[in-house]
Design a binder for this molecule. Sequence first.
Ligand code: SF4
Length: 244
Amino acid sequence: VKISEIFGPTIQGEGAAAGRHCLFVRLALCNLECAWCDTPYTWAYTPEKASKLAIPVVHDRDENTRDMTAAMIIEELCRLWPMRVMPTMVVISGGEPLMQQNDLIVLTAMLRQYGHDVHIETAGTLKPSTSLDDLVSQYNVSPKLAHSGNVESKRIKPEVLKFFAGNYKTWFKFVVKNTLDLVEIEQLVKEYHIRPSRVMVMPEGVTIDDNISVARDVVDEAIKLGFGLTFRSHILLWKDVRGK
Ligand code: SF4
């Protein structure tokens, strides 16, 4: 598995499991190029890729990726937390972790054997295989809206969205900048039969002020539409520090 970083223990900062104790396994590589991506070190390894970012910084691939087996990942997690005796939640994030989904089956099976909940964070453009799906505890699916800068054909994959909308393990999370984004979300919710009660909106931004001001701007409209709201708690608690 191409790993970008492994860290914890910490709390899940975002989405339906926000606040839960967890360990993070962040995979490298992504099939999208969001202008406001907060983890560009997982994929912006060439000038061409980095040019898609609002702040176009090229990240060093060798410094930011490691090839690790499932056993090596477990060993590293054990150094961070007594995970063989104290099960917690392991969040497999990215990048886009489902790009490497075949290589995640052994790791996920081992984590489940130790009693951990395994959450997968994905942009919802790739469908998990049945073998992986059987092992996953929860999906945090974050489809990207127009303001991400990705063309629609890349960021919206109808068959994949229908799969996640029909999967009881899925929670959706949409990054929003203002109330206009809620119109776009409402259309997606209707088109793909997503249950509004499984939708959370999350302010874009890596500062406390941005988080609070966008949240105040959108919360009333989100409630009217049946959506929840999630902050980026890790930003509120630790600002934008990597590894938290
Ligand atoms: S899908 Fe996620 S990791 Fe990939 S570019 Fe967008 S925000 Fe970044």
